[in-house]
Design a protein around this ligand. Structure first.
Ligand SMILES: [Zn+2]
Length: 240
């Protein structure tokens, strides 16, 4: 009796496992991304020259001391995000790391970008300081920043200092909606070590770099979904 009962049970469990595995890719690609046909300009802060690396943090373990430069983190996040955008059917325009911020924005506009994200990471002399803060200038920047901000807060799991109106160049020049993101402090010892962990295994999708890129991606999808469902008409007006 036991024999006849346990056999079908195992069969059912095996079948369920097979069905869920085969369903997964179908579900993942079922809905078309709102990023299809959109051009996202991705600016990686700093990197104009060897000496222009932004801020830097240090990860100290029992075996090594590693300096993490902000530009490395910016570049890594940008690359992972660019791959996600491309995979979703959008286009990622990698803004050349020019010295002039005005020229960077110009290149993004020339590439017909719909939006611009300028990826930065914050710094402090206090190695335990850490919070999330975004910067915007124009009205249309705010909409984009709002769409991304809450995703970022839950992704990096830190304190939020909100979206600040300020003029850091990347959001001042041009008219395309843009946001400058400072998702966390790379000078924070734990954050620096999280980045070192990413470098040790760049394919680990639960790394800090992937978490940040995923949040930016989710925010972009949410932003474009709102835009196409009759929001404010694409947000590409030449209003300054
Ligand atoms: Zn920076």
């Amino acid at each position: 009796m036991n024999k006849t009962l346990s056999f079908p049970l195992i069969t059912v469990i095996t079948l369920l496992a097979l069905v869920s595995v085969s369903l997964y890719p179908a579900l993942a690609s079922a809905a078309e991304s709102s990023l299809v046909g959109k051009v996202v300009a991705l600016d990686s802060g700093h990197g104009e020259s060897e000496s222009s690396f932004g801020t830097s943090g240090v990860c100290v373990t029992d075996t090594a001391t590693t300096v993490v430069k902000e530009v490395e983190v910016n570049n890594a996040v940008r690359q992972v995000l660019a791959d996600m955008i491309t995979q979703a059917g959008g286009e990622a325009f990698l803004v050349p790391q020019l010295e002039s911020r005005n020229a960077r924005v110009d290149s993004a506009e020339t590439a017909n970008s719909n939006v611009l994200i300028s990826v930065h990471h914050n710094g402090s002399t206090n190695t335990s300081a850490d919070y999330t803060q975004f910067f915007v200038t124009q009205k249309n920047d705010k909409e984009l920043a709002n769409a991304i901000y809450s995703f970022m807060l839950s992704a990096v799991g830190g304190t939020g200092k909100g979206i600040k109106s300020d003029g850091y160049g990347m959001t001042v020049y041009g008219s395309l909606p843009g946001v400058l993101t400072e998702s966390y402090f790379i000078t924070n010892t734990d954050r620096a070590c999280e980045f070192v962990a990413y470098l040790e295994d760049p394919t680990n999708t639960s790394s800090i770099v992937h978490k940040e890129a995923q949040a930016l991606f989710a925010g972009l999808e949410s932003y474009f979904a709102t835009q196409t469902s009759g929001g404010s008409g694409g947000g590409r007006g030449r209003n300054r």
